[in-house]
Design a protein around this ligand. Sequence first.
Ligand SMILES: C[S@@+](CC[C@H](N)C(=O)[O-])C[C@H]1O[C@@H](n2cnc3c(N)ncnc32)[C@H](O)[C@@H]1O
Length: 296
Amino acid sequence: MDEPIHVPVLLSEVLGALEPQRGGLFVDCTLGLGGHTGALLEAGATRVIGLDRDRSALGVAATRLAAFGERVEFVHADYRQLPAVLDARGVERVQGVLADLGVSSMQFDTQGRGFSFRRDEPLDMRMDQSAGPTAADLVNHAGEEELANAIYQFGEERFSRRISRALVAARPITTTGELAAVVRRAVPTKGWQRIDPATRTFQALRIWVNGELDGLDRFVSDAADRLEPGGRLAVITFHSLEDRVVKHTMRGLAADAPGAFRVLTKKPIVPREEEIAANHRARSAKLRVGEHPAAG
Ligand SMILES: C[S@@+](CC[C@H](N)C(=O)[O-])C[C@H]1O[C@@H](n2cnc3c(N)ncnc32)[C@H](O)[C@@H]1O
């Protein structure tokens, strides 16, 4: 099999934000294939604790980052467990925290994970395949209204009610191909489409299956809380729902306790045109950065 590929997004911007050349302990809350972590370590981070809820991503990262030996630790955990992960290691504060949200290209492209409508395969979509309902469970067992609400809220899909009705009528739906076909038939189309009509429904189901927005605000405050003075928090989002939560939470923290947190990005940092041209996945990325101001 080809080596799984995931090009880290906004890499130089993340290094500029987290300043790993200062050394110290960093947490990569979404290790993925380890692209950002490898760069942090190369640039001078003393040690990185890498979290991922996907065991197969941790396995690939462990192979790729083997040369860094004990400078990197691989932890199967959800980033919402960050305080517990740090407590378990006796770590009170860290120099930097990174979260690069969403799915990796490896998850998207690996056969059998069910994230993509470009292949026909079982409708799974779980990042952590050891837990929780699959997308097929939700599509086949949720009430019509609950399904419509999820597609509307997480996919910002204006035809959510029609789609939900069509999905309920077509049950059971067990593969990505069946799901995409039902959605495409349910959505009115006029001429050329910029994106596949199934895109928003797939996004919605993925966010729902993985609870991607649940506790994101709490995670941002927990991470901010564990920064050393001068420590930085960098969060990359890929859709407006996530970005809104990160923006508001960071602003709220800064307003409530300016001595403990300050937002460094008035506007989010977005990829340069060359990056988008080279890596299409980067097109919707937004990076927001905050810090625990250094004393004095
Ligand atoms: C965009 S990728 C990160 C890629 C990584 N920065 C790199 O350079 O290879 C996102 C990763 O975060 C993981 N992930 C998503 N939500 C998570 C969560 N709540 N807790 C832990 N890991 C999560 C996914 O499994 C995926 O591997």
